[in-house]
Design a protein around this ligand. Structure first.
Ligand SMILES: [Zn+2]
Ligand SMILES: [Zn+2]
Length: 282
């Protein structure tokens, strides 16, 4: 397992040297996650089986941190640890965040609530019209670390409730576990079955092949996709919806033999976010 992960990082570093900083960042996070594995396995949501079943039955995700209470002590302490990963490259930002979170008892919980109140992806959370030049502009460290600080807890919840989620036949574009919009779309199997993927929970659920996960539009004239014409880009496409002007990156897993890591894939495809924004999608 250990060497497996090391090999995967090595492969990405070789293949995508221009995304070096992101790959190193992910590697730093991965190391910290492993070091804290035992502590980060605790239940911070306190959701029982009956409540979970009921919520899904009503079409509600298990947890929505916009309103739901959670025990913030462990994720907060992990968040502060995470800042060390970026200390070298962004010392000022790390210090500023550490000061903010340490200054007030519930500052961290407030940041989390704010994050989950945004209905869009973190990359365009400020809702400003963008004139992007560089893929890096689509990456914001603050939401990245906030999401990561909760990730081990959400991943645990997703694994524990996997069966009842499957039985609920969830068919929405938001994640049934954490309520966030899907981060990626995946194509698998010979027939190219589609599923959506949430990076907050590492959770994957089936979704209609020809439907927009954001506005549920099924009008084929309003849905399309674009690709980048390059050998190392053939497994990627960007699905766009002309009704809601949103996009989602799709990875065709039939077109790769390599073991892939979806967290890294999301980062090394930031040029696709840039391209989509240039074409007016968000
Ligand atoms: Zn999720
Ligand atoms: Zn749409």
């Amino acid at each position: 397992m250990e060497t497996d992960t090391a090999k995967i990082f090595e492969h990405y570093r070789k293949e995508f040297p221009h995304y070096q900083e992101f790959i190193e960042l992910m590697q730093g996070v991965d190391k910290l996650r492993k070091e804290n594995e035992e502590t980060l396995k605790k239940d911070i949501f306190n959701l029982n089986q009956t409540e979970a079943t009921q919520k899904l039955k009503e079409g509600q995700p298990l947890v929505n941190l916009k309103n739901d209470h959670f025990a913030d002590k462990l994720p907060k302490s992990y968040f502060l640890d995470l800042l060390s990963v970026t200390e070298k490259n962004h010392p000022n930002m790390a210090k500023e965040l550490r000061d903010i979170v340490s200054a007030k008892e519930d500052a961290y919980a407030e940041l989390v609530r704010e994050l989950f109140s945004q209905t869009q992806k973190s990359s365009d959370a400020n809702n400003e019209p963008v004139t992007p030049k560089n893929p890096d502009e689509f990456f914001d460290l603050v939401p990245f670390f906030l999401h990561e600080s909760l990730k081990p807890f959400f991943t645990r919840l997703a694994q524990e409730q996997q069966n009842i989620i499957e039985n609920s036949h969830w068919s929405q574009g938001i994640c049934p576990v954490c309520s966030r919009p899907a981060d990626l779309s995946l194509l698998r199997d010979n027939e190219g079955k589609r599923s959506l993927f949430c990076l907050q929970c590492d959770f994957e659920w089936p979704y209609k092949r020809l439907q927009c996960p954001f506005c549920e539009n099924e009008d084929q004239d309003q849905l399309s996709y674009f690709t980048i014409d390059n050998k190392d880009q053939e497994k990627y496409r960007v699905n766009v919806c002309h009704q809601c002007q949103r996009f989602i990156k799709t990875i065709d897993l039939r077109k790769t033999d390599n073991k892939i890591n979806l967290e890294i894939e999301n980062l090394i495809t930031l040029h696709l976010d840039l391209q989509a924004a240039k074409e007016g999608f968000k």
